[in-house]
Structure formats: structure tokens, C-alpha cells
Design a protein around this ligand. Structure first.
Ligand SMILES: Nc1ncnc2c1ncn2[C@@H]1O[C@H](COP(=O)(O)OP(=O)(O)OP(=O)(O)O)[C@@H](O)[C@H]1O
Ligand SMILES: [Mg+2]
Length: 286
């Protein structure tokens, strides 16, 4: 089922001098099994928005629907644990939340909380650590004795071990080296291929273009645009107004087009596809 936001507003510290309305009436449908990017200028409300999906935050008006759950101002969600299992949230810099003595215990924490134990729990942890590209020799290590990128993988494994249907990622590649970031994106693409819905906040438009099938642009607590990545990124004027720098590959393709190379911009999403387009318009072989 899709995730639906109906006229959702959220105000931090209402009724105090710090009052700030971060969401101002969000209407949005996030498609089931999509890989949706949430983008927008700093402070536009991205993190606030996604935290409504598993009821970490509640709307002060309007409602959010996630499967059978209805999250509104009044709702006391009976089965909040299973909502949190359904929609797994990876916060920004999740490695700061590692705390157990061993990596095994850290990854096992979530599924254990949901009642998994014994062999089943062990298998789940093993599956999760392999999924993030680490081998089982890590399991008995301390999460504090590994590199930053590995810590991030362990933290993500802890969420994947709960096997959420919806995976929410708040800037998952921030601070990673290009190789590490690419591996991380490939991991999410694989999870997406397995039929999960992925919602990713990102400032990295190259990844959004290459991996996502839908983009939601927020501006000052409202949805300013929602479309397929290429439809958003090919509109230079729209992007300017939204403080979004287009992916480098689109910028480059647009310059070729301005220089009279009739490339079909809708077919460009990475270097390979741009090369194919250039070869095509030049009349060469693919
Ligand atoms: N816990 C909080 N208390 C008070 N105000 C907050 C809190 N969290 C966010 N805000 C404010 O709400 C607005 C939206 O914040 P949010 O974190 O959702 O933005 P964002 O789009 O995720 O930004 P960034 O790209 O910088 O992460 C900002 O103006 C921010 O200052
Ligand atoms: Mg944020």
C-alpha cells in the first residue's frame, strides 16, 4: 500500500518563543515499492517529514497513512512496535547510535526486541551483515574498533535485520568516500529490487538520478514538485528556484545539447547512458 500524507502540518515547540512550523500542509503519496528521493534546501523539512512515517513525530493537523496505520494528532498507535518494524528508519550518521559490546549484539538488538531468539536470531544477524558487505568474522568484534564506513554498514545491518517493508534513509551516503557511497547505493538498489519501498533523503543528485524512480522536492515545509528524476532535473529554471544543483551528467548533457548535439536528455542517467546517446546521434554503433 502507498504511504499517504494528507494536509500534514508539524510545528516544533508550539506555543513557545521557539515555535517553528516545519511542515505546512503536506499532500503526498509515496508509491508502494518505489525508490523515492526526498530532496530540498537545508531546513525545508525533509527529516521532519520522514519521521512521520513511523510516528516518531505526529502531525499537529492532517494525517499520515502507512498500510493500516493512521497517524494523526490524536492517534495512540496501539502497535507502535510493529509500525517501527514495518518502516525501518536509518538516521543521519547512524553509526553514532552503536552501543553494544559486539557487532552481533548491536545488529541483534532490533530483531531481539521483536521476539526473535536462538538460531533464528543468529541467522537473521548473519544474513544482515552479509547483505551490507561484511563477513561473519566481524560479529564478535567491538563496533568501536572498525572504520567509520564499516560502522555505518553495521548500523544499517541493524535496521535490515528487522526486515522492514519500508526502508527510510536520512542522507545515507553523507561523509562516505565515493567508493563507499557507491557500494552503499548498490546495496539499497538490491534491497529495492527485492520489492521493498525505499525513501531516501539526499543532497547528492547524481545518485538520485541514477538510482531513484521518483523525486519529491520540498520547499519551506511544502511539496514543491514530485516527478520522475529526469523530469525534475531537465528543468533548469525549476531547479534554480528550488536551490537544487542538477546532477553533473545532466549539466554536461545540456551543454552538449546547447552545442547542437541532439541528445535525448530523457535517456541520460549516468556516464554509460550518455555515451550511448552520443554514439547514437553521431550515427555510430552502440
Ligand atoms: N527538534 C527540533 N526542534 C526545533 N526545530 C526543529 C527541530 N528539528 C528541526 N527543526 C526546524 O524545522 C525545520 C525543518 O528541519 P528539518 O530537519 O526537517 O530540515 P531538513 O530539510 O531535514 O534539513 P537538512 O537538509 O539541513 O537536514 C528547520 O528550520 C529546523 O530548524
Ligand atoms: Mg535533515
Amino acid at each position: 500500500m502507498p504511504i499517504e500524507f494528507k494536509n500534514v502540518s508539524h510545528t516544533y515547540y508550539p506555543g513557545t518563543p521557539f515555535e517553528y512550523q516545519a511542515l505546512r500542509g503536506i499532500d503526498l503519496v509515496i508509491k508502494d515499492q518505489s525508490f523515492t528521493a526526498i530532496v530540498g534546501h537545508t531546513g525545508s523539512g525533509k527529516s521532519t517529514l520522514v519521521q512521520h512515517i513511523n510516528a516518531l513525530l505526529k502531525p499537529d493537523s492532517g494525517e499520515v497513512r502507512v498500510n493500516d496505520y493512521v497517524i494523526n494528532h490524536k492517534s495512540k498507535i496501539k502497535n507502535i512496535k510493529s509500525l517501527r518494524k514495518l518502516a525501518g528508519m536509518v538516521f543521519q550518521f547512524p553509526e553514532y547510535q552503536l552501543f553494544e559490546e559486539t557487532i552481533f549484539k548491536d545488529i541483534a538488538f532490533g530483531p531481539k526486541n521483536f521476539g526473535l531468539e536462538g538460531k533464528e536470531l543468529e541467522e537473521r544477524v548473519l544474513k544482515a551483515i552479509k547483505l551490507v558487505g561484511l563477513d561473519e568474522t566481524y560479529l564478535e568484534k567491538s563496533p568501536f574498533d572498525i572504520s567509520g564506513g564499516q560502522k555505518r554498514r553495521v548500523a544499517i545491518a541493524g535496521i535490515l535485520a528487522m526486515e522492514p517493508e519500508i526502508l527510510i534513509l536520512d542522507e545515507p551516503t553523507a561523509g562516505l568516500d565515493p567508493q563507499g557511497a557507491k557500494e552503499m547505493m548498490n546495496l539499497f538498489a538490491e534491497i529495492h529490487r527485492q520489492g521493498k519501498t525505499i525513501i531516501m533523503i539526499s543532497h547528492e543528485m547524481d545518485y538520485v538520478l541514477e538510482y531513484c524512480d521518483e523525486v519529491v522536492v520540498l520547499k519551506k515545509g511544502l511539496v514543491a514538485a514530485q516527478d520522475k528524476p529526469i523530469n525534475i532535473f531537465s528543468k533548469a529554471e525549476l531547479l534554480k528556484g528550488l536551490h537544487i544543483t542538477p546532477p553533473a551528467i545532466i549539466d554536461f548533457a545540456n551543454r552538449l545539447i546547447a552545442n547542437k548535439l541532439p541528445i535525448d536528455i530523457k535517456k541520460v542517467f549516468d556516464i554509460e547512458s550518455l555515451i550511448s546517446e552520443i554514439v547514437r546521434v553521431k550515427g555510430g554503433n552502440k
